[in-house]
Design a protein around this ligand. Structure first.
Ligand code: AMP
Length: 283
């Protein structure tokens, strides 16, 4: 396995692979890798001749006062994990190489980015769409792998690829959880032991919401009340949002339709965690 640290070298490697007729799978990450990321690597490995994992903490998707500086970084550990998973290249560019001082172009989406995390984190998805577009142009993947954990991000990337006629297939992968239910996240490392226990309210609320929908609940307000009640019972938890949106447009809806996303962001102490489930009729 190789670590490539410059955009120019990554572009050259991707071009050489393409010239050989090899298919490329890309897993974009911010590092601090865990089993959620590893599941994306496994999916990429199974579907591609060459697998690239990008490890890049993207400054432009963090807002003022967010955790850009504090975000955990450990490239050596990440590289060991990638090597174990059969990854061919870890792409780890410098910020200045990705964003030259004169950088002035951004990818901005309209309504899909208004709701959920887009409402709480203005500019976040502008940063995500821009970096993912750049990674697609640099790595030239046939397939790119994203987690359902970031459900709005996945919906947005799919929309962007369709809207801009990008030559990449976006593959969504299921949420990987800890044995006790907590969705795996690099940010779980911020939690104290007490907060780690309190963080279980997210998955508890998700599982209760899912069970209610499977039992026939279709009213978004009732569902939000049920899930919100579970979270509010935990003193260390503070709701950012609990929302029901259309699974494609990401717009809030009053009733669970054919495809709905039930999503939440909750602060546990000062750590903001997200979780969700997707309801698809007949699934
Ligand atoms: P991040 O490094 O947090 O930006 O995440 C990189 C990719 O890994 C994104 O596509 C995430 O949705 C995905 N991911 C993060 N956590 C999980 C998880 N618990 N299960 C599945 N995918 C995940």
């Amino acid at each position: 396995m190789e670590i490539i640290r410059t955009v120019a070298d990554m572009k050259a490697r991707a071009a050489a692979w393409k010239a050989e007729g090899l298919s490329i799978g890309l897993v974009p990450t911010m590092g601090s890798l865990h089993e959620g990321h590893e599941s994306l690597m496994d999916a990429a490995r199974a579907a591609s001749d060459r697998v690239v994992v990008s490890v890049f903490v993207n400054p432009i998707q963090f807002g003022p006062g967010e955790d850009y500086e504090a975000y955990p970084r450990d490239l050596e550990r990440d590289a060991r994990i990638c090597e174990r998973r059969g990854v061919d290249v870890v792409f780890h560019p410098e910020v200045d190489d990705m964003y030259a001082p004169a950088h002035n172009t951004f990818v901005v989406m309209e309504t899909l980015t208004d709701s959920l995390c887009g409402a709480s984190r203005p500019g976040h998805f502008r940063g995500v769409c821009t970096v993912v577009t750049k990674l697609f142009n640099i790595v030239q993947p046939h397939r790119a792998f994203f987690g359902q954990k970031d459900a709005q991000q996945l919906a947005i990337i799919k929309r962007m690829v369709a809207d801009l006629n990008m030559n990449v297939t976006v593959v969504g992968c299921p949420i990987v959880r800890e044995a006790d239910g907590l969705a795996k996240s690099s940010r779980n490392a911020y939690l104290s032991a007490e907060e780690r226990q309190a963080a279980l309210v997210l998955s508890r609320a998700i599982f209760a919401g899912k069970a209610a929908v499977e039992a026939g609940e279709r009213d978004a307000a009732a569902l939000k009340a049920l899930m919100g009640g579970i979270i509010e019972a935990e003193p260390l938890a503070r709701i950012d949002y609990v929302e029901v949106v259309d699974g494609v447009t990401m717009q809030p809806t009053d009733a669970i339709g054919a495809m709905a996303l039930v999503a939440m962001a909750v602060y546990i102490g000062s750590t903001r965690l997200i979780d969700n489930f997707l309801y698809e009729e007949g699934e």
